[in-house]
Design a binder for this molecule. Structure first.
Ligand code: AMP
Length: 208
């Protein structure tokens, strides 16, 4: 299965990606995770990307495309993959088409997680990530309920940065829904329920 997952920040892309990658046994390729790792490790890419991420802006296309193109060439992507957080604008979507067609590949489905902006703001204001097991939780606690690890707030989940990320989504990413609808690959899923409810519904549509 060759998949892309789209949705506003906080729509649940990371959470649904875990269900999807386990179900189809495919690698989960999150450009946000790869960029955050590069920032932590202070690689050249990380040093270039940090200021964009912290301001809620897009990292330049060239940097992201290099990462994705390299990652899709890894052997574990031969039989499928799930791209999360990429493409983020029309230029990236067109570049992805080119990368895939050069490899003789094409996307099977593009999942669009649909949720209201009020719900997204509510979720992001309580979103935390466990430093132990990497689970994404919506809680006011500082301790992971699964492994007891310390919970941390992503630096770009601060209110003013969230507002900027939502603005950039509307300005640049929302158009991708139309782009993939016109190609016939779009699968829109209601993402307003609990993670398990959203996944049960999504799974039914994906296996059809
Ligand atoms: P995410 O974890 O997908 O919300 O991404 C976190 C941040 O990483 C975004 O707000 C951007 O600054 C950057 N980023 C992730 N993916 C991309 C992309 N495809 N294009 C540009 N910037 C990206």
């Amino acid at each position: 299965m060759k998949l892309v997952i789209l949705g506003m920040p906080g729509a649940g892309k990371g959470t649904q990606s875990v269900f999807i990658k386990d179900f189809f046994s495919i690698p989960h390729i999150s450009t946000g995770d790869m960029l955050r790792r590069a920032v932590e490790q202070k690689t050249d890419t990380g040093l270039q990307a940090a200021s964009y991420i912290n301001a809620g802006k897009f990292v330049p296309d060239k940097i992201v495309l290099d990462i994705v193109s390299w990652r899709l060439s890894e052997p574990d992507c031969k039989n499928g993959f799930l791209l999360d957080g990429f493409p983020r604008n029309l230029a990236q979507a067109e570049a992805l088409d080119k990368i895939l067609s050069e490899k003789g590949m094409a996307l099977d489905r593009v999942i669009n997680l649909k949720v209201s902006s009020e719900e997204v703001v509510r979720r992001l204001s309580s979103r935390k990530i466990c430093s132990g097991c990497a689970k994404i939780l919506n809680t006011h606690s500082d301790k992971c309920e699964f492994c007891g690890g310390a919970l941390i707030v992503r630096s770009d989940d601060k209110e003013e940065v969230v507002r900027e990320r939502l603005r950039v989504y509307d300005e640049q990413t929302a158009v991708l829904v139309e782009y993939y609808a016109s190609k016939g690959t779009l699968l829109t899923a209601d993402a307003s329920g609990t993670p398990e409810e959203v996944w049960e519904n999504l799974k039914k549509n994906l296996v059809q």
